[in-house]
Design a protein around this ligand. Structure first.
Ligand code: DPP
Ligand code: ZN
Length: 854
């Protein structure tokens, strides 16, 4: 495969100001006639390079005449336009949507036609430069059978429609120039939830959420989320929507979460459909967050797009930051922050520490689909957040206003964004820019020194950015750390929080005079995406867990206490669980305040995160010790957990913060009681499962039962299956809870489930619900005999010919081999080699597997 380098960027030699597309729609044959008006940008004649993937040009015309000066270069069409500086190039192609199992370009899903073009799917529809810095105005005409495709949608506004016999057609026009990756088309039998929103300048926008018949009553939450997002973007960023129409379509077969096509967002059903019977509170939050994310892209992504794909984090990091801020405002800011950090640590830190580590602005890639990563998205969001933290909200807003004003209608770079923040917010970000270029999670060591004579305390900080592939040596970064020192002797008065900018390899921060060692809270609110090594005694962590006035820091202190206890236990130096139990009890006592926060705070760190603290991960010991600690906490606080579960659950239709938090804590309580091995635990879980009036409680109880081997387990799984077998999203949960199971036979169960009649490789959600869940189940995936690795490699090999993008996403867990013992290393490498030995492997899988072996 060819490696593409950021440094090789050249502006396009031809622009395409206007493009007209004419689709004659059919499930297994769609004819596409494209007319591109092209204008030369280069001074001298240059061939017109139109990218294609799997296309054959049926006819080429230039300015209305049959044209023969063209040739194919691989899949691309090269047209020689001689001395011309402008022309209209017409090309016809024929595609087969039904055969498109990659789900990129135009494909069929359940009898409906839809598109996914980001990043490079448009070239599977017609020949085109297909690069984000070529922006065009689109006119799209589509015609098809009225009965098969009663609804015809594209970007922008529908300006004409008509009928001809059994066919009908529609003409759509999008006034906003856009890159080809934002093109969208949908044709199918859909019903709509219609609403409207009046913008801050008083314009009425028609809103539509299109779904299949039968799903309509599960679109209300998405519609509320859309209206709330539109309002929030006006209030917080001053950004108004810019068309008279905003449509969302939900499709069951979708590689990603959703897609921000201009005026016609296309969503994975998973992030649209929700009702209390079928969706958990977390599913509801997912819908709200993703609807907001795609809507926010209208400005951060569409109005200002990316110059090239190396700038992907320009739109994704910023938009994730925006959706995180929105969700925090809609719910509980500390809980949202905890969730975001948990995700960062689960997905991004391991990526940054492994063979696939890359900066948020990568320097090279082979397949751009492999770079839709936690680093680009979630670390990217953290980099934006740090800038916002350093300048404060008002100045940050000045910076983003300037960014939108300067670059509206353009294809911009990360550097453009940083410069706009510098100019608008008046800050020097020269050193901060290193965050865009250096990969790896910075490690900070902190230590408090004392001058015995004066009682003066000093915080000594040191930073180390670890080497990553291609980047052996790193320069010190600028790292904003929110810190606060608490004085237990009270002599110090009320301490203020301060922002320390760690910008050297080592730095000493004077803290002042303290009689006894101050309690130091550091990286409060997770102000920087770093790992802090700061050795603290159990009693210090316990004090902070109980008293820190920053809720995130309280959470963090309790997590650290749990981690220290677990890591000691795993390495055979266990000192008992008393301090953890006491801290959990204390946190639990405050549960009436914000039960969702308490639920997050008392959860034990994941097995993977415990592993991340160790030089060599021992998955079996981690599982054993984590379960032991969970059981000990469950048994010691049995009365408290039963107390949480006493009384009725909040009504499933109650989606208030309090009700959602209450349900979350009940799920945690049940898990603790079950871990304690209490005689009635399975019966209790089954009763909750049966009595549940909504999916949050039902799924939590089912997941708890799934870990055990009670009779109730089989019974509940069967009831759940029978009840929901016709609902694909809920059936995903049925596969998922079994693949998450802590039982020792989970790998075998997954193997069996892959043969279940309801399992299919054709649906990415289904694949993720089974195999994705398995790779997230550390001890199962890392079963010592390599059965988990084998299963994933078999999947990659079977899925790659159908859907390389989704297949490649399954490889990174195999790439973490360096962190495991020699036996597992050899097994993991052998599977990567087996994958690479396959013939006809996709670029996606080749890149991920070969980089993972390095
Ligand atoms: N651009 C999409 C999103 O992240 C992914 N294709 O919103
Ligand atoms: Zn996005």
């Amino acid at each position: 495969p060819v490696t593409i380098h950021r440094g090789d960027y050249r502006p396009p030699e031809w622009q395409v100001p206007d493009i007209a597309l004419d689709f004659a729609l059919g499930i297994d044959e769609t004819k596409v006639a494209a007319a591109l008006s092209v204008v030369r940008q280069a001074d001298a004649p240059a061939p017109l390079v139109l990218r294609g993937d799997g296309l054959t040009p049926a006819a080429v015309r230039v300015d209305g005449e049959v044209w023969n000066d063209w040739h194919m270069d691989g899949g691309d069409l090269i047209v020689d336009l001689g001395e011309r500086t402008a022309a209209t190039v017409e090309i016809e192609t024929v595609i087969n949507p039904a055969a498109n199992t990659q789900l990129m370009g135009l494909y069929a899903s359940n009898g409906m036609l839809c598109t996914q073009c980001e990043a490079e799917g448009f070239r599977r529809i017609t020949f085109h430069p297909d690069r984000p810095d070529v922006l065009s105005r689109y006119r799209v005409r589509m015609e098809g059978d009225k009965a098969a495709f009663p609804i015809l949608l594209s970007n922008g506004n529908c300006i004409e429609r008509g009928e001809e016999g059994s066919d009908h057609w529609a003409l759509w026009e999008d006034p906003w120039p856009k890159p080809s990756y934002l093109f969208a088309l949908v044709a199918g039998d859909l019903v709509v939830n219609k609403d409207s929103f009046t913008t801050m300048s008083g314009r009425k926008v028609d809103l539509g959420i299109w779904v299949r018949e039968g799903d309509l009553d599960r679109t209300g939450h998405a519609m509320d989320a859309l209206k709330n997002s539109m309002k929030w973007d006006e209030a917080v960023y001053g950004r108004e929507y810019d068309l008279d129409l905003f449509n969302i379509v939900a499709v069951g077969d979708f590689n990603m979460g959703a897609m921000e096509n201009k005026g016609l967002n296309i969503f994975n059903t998973r992030y649209i459909l929700a009702d209390p019977d079928t969706a958990t509170d977390l599913d509801y939050d997912g819908v709200e967050g993703v609807v907001a994310h795609e809507y926010f892209h209208n400005w951060s992504g569409n109005r200002v797009t990316c110059r090239d794909w190396f700038q992907l984090s320009l739109k994704e990091g910023f938009t994730v930051f925006r959706d995180q801020s929105f969700s925090a405002d809609m719910g509980s800011p500390p809980v949202k922050r905890i969730e975001d950090v948990r995700l960062l640590r689960a997905a991004q830190f391991p990526e940054d520490a492994g063979p696939l580590a890359h900066p948020i602005r990568p320097d090279s890639f082979q397949e751009i689909s492999n770079f839709y990563t936690a680093t680009i998205y979630n670390k990217g969001a953290e980099i934006i957040r740090m800038m916002a933290t350093m300048v404060g909200p008002e100045r940050f807003r000045k910076g983003t206003d300037l960014y939108f004003e300067r670059h509206d209608g353009e294809a911009a770079t990360c550097e453009d964004f940083v410069r706009a923040i510098e100019d608008g917010a008046d800050i020097d970000l020269a050193q901060f820019r290193l965050w865009y270029g250096q990969a790896g999670t910075p490690r900070i060591t902190a230590r408090i020194g004392t001058d015995a004579a004066t009682g003066e305390r000093t915080l000594h900080l040191a930073q180390l950015v670890p080497p990553t592939p291609g980047q052996p040596d790193k320069a010190p970064m600028q790292i904003p750390l929110r810190i606060k020192a608490f004085d237990l002797d009270g002599g110090h008065g009320a301490e203020e929080e301060r922002l320390v900018l760690l910008d050297r390899a080592e730095m000493a921060v004077p803290l002042g005079r303290y009689r006894s060692r101050p309690m130091l809270s550091i990286n409060r609110g997770f102000s920087a995406p770093v790992i802090v090594d700061f050795a603290r005694e159990e009693d210090e962590l316990a004090w902070l867990a109980a008293h820190d006035d920053d809720p995130f820091a309280r959470y963090e202190a309790l997590q650290q206490l749990m981690l220290d206890t677990l890591v000691a236990a795993v390495s055979g130096k266990g000192g008992g669980s008393g301090a953890v139990i006491e801290a959990v009890a204390q946190t639990l006592a405050g549960r009436t305040g914000d039960p969702a926060f308490v639920a997050e705070a008392v959860l034990l760190p994941s097995e993977a995160f415990i592993g991340d603290q160790m030089v060599t991960v021992d998955p079996d010991a981690i599982r054993r010790e984590r379960l032991a600690l969970q059981g000990a906490i469950g048994a010691a606080l049995e009365a408290e957990w039963r107390g949480v579960l006493s009384g009725d659950a909040p009504a499933a239709t109650d989606l208030s913060r309090g009700a959602k938090g209450g349900r979350r804590l009940r799920g945690v309580a049940l898990a603790y009681l079950a871990a304690a091995g209490l005689d009635d635990a399975a019966a209790l879980a089954f009763r909750i499962f049966s009595d549940a009036d909504g999916m949050t409680e039902r799924q939590a109880a089912l997941a708890t039962l799934a870990h055990g081997d009670s009779e109730e387990r089989a019974h509940a799984l069967d009831i759940f299956y029978q009840r929901y077998r016709d609902n694909p999203l809920v059936l995903d949960k049925w596969f998922q809870v079994q693949a998450w199971s802590l039982r020792p036979d989970t790998v075998d169960a997954v193997k069996e489930l892959a043969r279940h009649p309801d399992f299919t490789l054709a649906n990415p959600n289904r694949v993720r619900s089974l195999y994705g869940a398995l790779t997230g189940n550390q001890a199962a995936f890392h079963r010592a005999d390599g059965a988990g690795y084998r299963l994933i490699a078999d999947l990659v090999i079977a899925l790659d010919p159908k859907n390389p993008q989704t297949a490649a996403k399954m490889i990174p867990p195999l790439g973490r081999w360096k962190r495991f013992d020699e036996g597992r290393q050899a097994l993991m490498r052998a599977e990567l080699e087996r994958i690479l030995a396959q013939r006809g492997l996709s670029r996606d899988v080749t890149e991920q597997a070969s980089k993972s072996l390095a």
